[in-house]
Design a protein around this ligand. Structure first.
Ligand code: C2O
Ligand code: CU
Length: 491
């Protein structure tokens, strides 16, 4: 395979020494980083784990640093009608009457306060995907909060620990609520944002519309469950099939992409442009890399740094090539207007991302087996270790209990032939290997696509105590059981 995100890559020459990265950190961050180094390795920890933990020091802050500014937003979820797919009237469920929902933008250090009102015919919650926040704000019904009933209001308030591209969506009947249009972006800007000419967001969604042009009203069908979830027949970027990004020659833009689809994976092709991948799932990379081959699975975000050095001869289609035989045009980019001088600044992708090259030598803490079987309310159940999650309202013992501040290697063994983009709430992890072959990704993730019959090794250091969900982000698989809880406790 030629895809660098699949095949093992040659050891990265860019694995910067720790000292180099540390001096780039702000002094305040450094203090936190040094504090992290103070947590002592336990006796029973193998030396590789102790070294991995030291290498993690300074990767991202352990605590939020609220600067006192509170940014307040009102969000209402309710059924409405929007002109979505090219002017056609579509009945949706929307946040503040728009799909995609509102874009919440704050700066790192600011506190987000969202007064959320539910005007849906069902209970719901808001989950803040990818955000390291206090467990009580994570939006998981019955685990971190009571579900918000129709007519009720709930206030979410937290200070994100990380800058980056995040998103929010319901965690109740997600395969229906997200598909009907409930999702929005939370962008946490750096304290001093890099001076891009423009900051552009593309939300990719995939809709299954029926012959009347409305959202196909049957969810969690046997077909969806037996396959990779609900794949639709209309692909939109920012709610349209005809999105065009018009830039001036010389502009340098930051393009943030989110895949908010229930099941569809996309692999956007930016070849022909001077495009660099600078962030994945919110966090900056160790160094900018070529985005070619990145599989943007449901839940994933990527940020690109694109400089338009020259005029494009014609509108450039950005094509999804996840299925080589069935490519899809996502949107177009054109250059027009007076040229500008490209803003010159160093790439913000210079985070301290541990290589964890010895990570695979640390004994695995647990191997999850991913599979399906007959049974359950939908006729097919998706399982983790032969257990199907019986819905949020049932009582669940955590599948694992981890201690914050320790290094863990986990493995996912896909015993099925289907795709499973696995997502872990409240923490980041690094992909170590696919099918036992080391993978050198210079970035953290919160969601990783596990292919059919593939095994995947990840490593992580939990930072926040609480009950955190681990689940497939193919929302039909999650609804049919592929979810579990991971408890993190303070040392
Ligand atoms: Cu975006 Cu529990 O998910
Ligand atoms: Cu799955």
């Amino acid at each position: 395979m030629s895809n660098p995100f699949h095949a093992s890559r040659a050891a990265s020459a860019g694995a910067s020494p720790l000292s180099f990265n540390l001096h780039l950190l702000a002094p305040a961050l450094l203090a936190v980083a040094l504090a992290a180094g103070a947590c002592r390795p336990r006796d029973k920890e193998p030396p590789q784990a102790a070294r991995a933990l030291r290498e993690f020091t300074g990767a991202y802050p352990l605590e939020a640093r609220p600067n006192g500014t509170v940014r307040s937003f009102d969000i209402v979820a309710e059924p409405t009608e929007v002109e979505l797919v090219d002017g056609q009237k579509l009945r949706v469920w929307a946040y503040n009457g728009q799909v995609p929902g509102p874009q919440l933008r704050i700066r790192l250090g600011e506190t987000l306060r969202v007064r959320f009102t539910n005007r849906l015919p069902q209970e719901t919650t808001i989950h803040w995907h990818g955000v390291r926040l206090p467990n009580a704000m994570d939006g998981v019904p019955h685990t971190t909060q009571r579900p918000v009933q129709p007519g009720e209001t709930f206030v979410y308030e937290f200070t994100p620990k990380d800058a980056g591209t995040f998103w929010f969506h319901p965690h109740v009947r997600s395969s229906e609520q997200v598909e009907r249009g409930l999702y929005g972006l939370l962008i946490v800007e750096d304290t001093a944002p890099p001076p891009y000419s423009r900051d552009v967001v593309w939300v990719v969604d995939d809709w299954l519309l029926d012959e009347t042009g409305q959202v196909f009203p049957r969810f969690n069908t046997r077909h969806d469950l037996a396959h990779d979830g609900r794949w639709g027949n209309v692909l939109t970027v920012n709610g349209r099939t005809d999105t065009v990004l018009r830039v001036r020659p010389g502009e340098r833009i930051r393009l943030r992409l989110l895949n908010s689809a229930n099941g569809r994976v996309v692999m956007p092709d930016f070849s022909g442009l001077d495009a660099k991948l600078i962030a994945v799932d919110g966090l900056y990379l160790r160094e900018p890399i070529d985005p070619a081959g990145f599989e943007l699975a449901p839940g994933n975000r990527i940020d690109l740094d694109i400089t338009f050095n020259q005029n494009l001869a014609a509108p450039l289609p950005i094509v999804d090539r996840f299925s080589a035989r069935r490519p899809n045009v996502l949107a177009h980019i054109t250059t027009e207007g007076e040229p500008v001088t490209p803003p010159a600044f160093a790439s913000p992708a210079r985070a301290h991302v541990p290589a964890w090259s010895e990570g695979l030598h640390v004994p695995e803490h647990h191997a999850f087996r991913l599979n399906a079987r007959r049974g359950g309310p939908f006729g097919i159940e998706w399982t983790l270790d032969d257990k199907a999650f019986a819905g949020h309202s049932a009582h669940h013992e955590p599948a694992l209990t981890l201690t914050s501040g320790r290094f863990y290697r986990l493995r996912f063994v896909n015993e099925s032939a289907r795709l499973h983009p696995l997502h872990l709430h409240g923490m980041f992890f690094r992909l170590l290997a696919r099918d036992g072959t080391p993978v050198e990704e210079p970035f953290f993730r919160d969601t990783v696509l596990v292919h059919g019959n593939e095994s995947v090794d990840i490593a992580l250091v939990p930072t926040d105590a609480g009950s955190w969900m681990l689940h497939c982000h193919i929302l039909e698989h999650a609804e049919a059981g592929m979810m579990t809880l991971i408890a993190v406790r303070a040392p």
